[in-house]
Design a protein around this ligand. Sequence first.
Ligand code: GN1
Ligand code: MG
Length: 370
Amino acid sequence: MSVYDSEELEKVVSSFELDGKVVSIERFGSGHINDSFRVVVNEGDKSYLLQRINHKIFPNVDGLMDNIDLVTTHLKSVLKNEVIDVDKHTLTIIPTKSGAKYQKDANGDYWRIFILLDGTKSYDIVETTKQAFAGGMAFGRFQKQLSTLDATQLVEILPNFHNIDFRLSNLRKAIEADRVGRLAEVGELLDYIFEREEKMRRILVMAQKGELPLRITHNDTKFNNVLLDQEDNVQCVIDLDTVMPGYVAYDFGDAIRTIINAAAEDEKDLNKVVLNIPLFQAYTEGYFSEAKDFLTEKEIESLWYGVLLLPYMQVVRFLTDYIDGDVYYKVHYTDHNLVRTNTQLKLVKELEGAEAQLREILSQSVVTPS
Ligand code: GN1
Ligand code: MG
């Protein structure tokens, strides 16, 4: 993780248009990609979220910020008919003093600031069915609100992001190169992954047949990317870096991956990686309460494939990064990516074991009004 001294950070912050004098700047959040800081000012009722954009991963910073601007402007225009304080329900970009959406510093790093929504809660592990239901509503509503934005205006900021063929091809390249000599440790995992290759291509196959509409999706629907208010009602969807055209099943599956797992994404004790099925049901009901009207039958059919695919895709991605020598995700200890791989793999196995039960809940939730 990069280290910054406070002078550097203050200098960066001073190029933005903030309401008040900066009192403190502290590390914030648990993202694997960008570096985040909370900036507190001495006036007004706002704090700010300062982020260093990881431009190795997002080389098109202009496209990235233009996407977020388009999306948040659209969401605000929809929200203004529904809520009083629009800025509490979607991200707000704070421009620099010269009116830009980000600031480049002398080291070539890119920085941006959003309003930080104080008084909200986010969860790495979901605790109650109320939270899970709210998460389902949040992402269902997000997709619904963006269904009226022209998808061709958005840049495909990370091409092939959820394309499993692309992810498996990257894994094969990593295996071939074996850059840091870790391949010997991962043999059995590879058998497991490649045995499931065809099964995990179902969404791609449906899409290739023209059965799935391309919509604007979030593409990083981890549960901690939903902010809930103090009473655990939906407040705001955050982390809009990967918003781009995609299939709804990807968002559904990635959310379920974090909701249904009773343990953390990187839990070392695999006995703790078990399914919390009531949370699955609650999320699904929350999601359908918002999304039922616009989803097609084929999209509804694809949701289950997303549930299996997204944890599997994380297995492939974490393992690729482990073999490559940890060049993509932040890691907090040597084997972190391997631990993440094993945790997600255990989750895929659990999901496969509960397939009949989970699919039954899915089809019940779509017909039951919530
Ligand atoms: C990364 O930004 P963050 O940490 O929420 C990753 C996601 C993964 C996630 C796994 C741009 O998200 O795709 O699902 O880690 N983001 C990118 O926790 O690769
Ligand atoms: Mg992210």
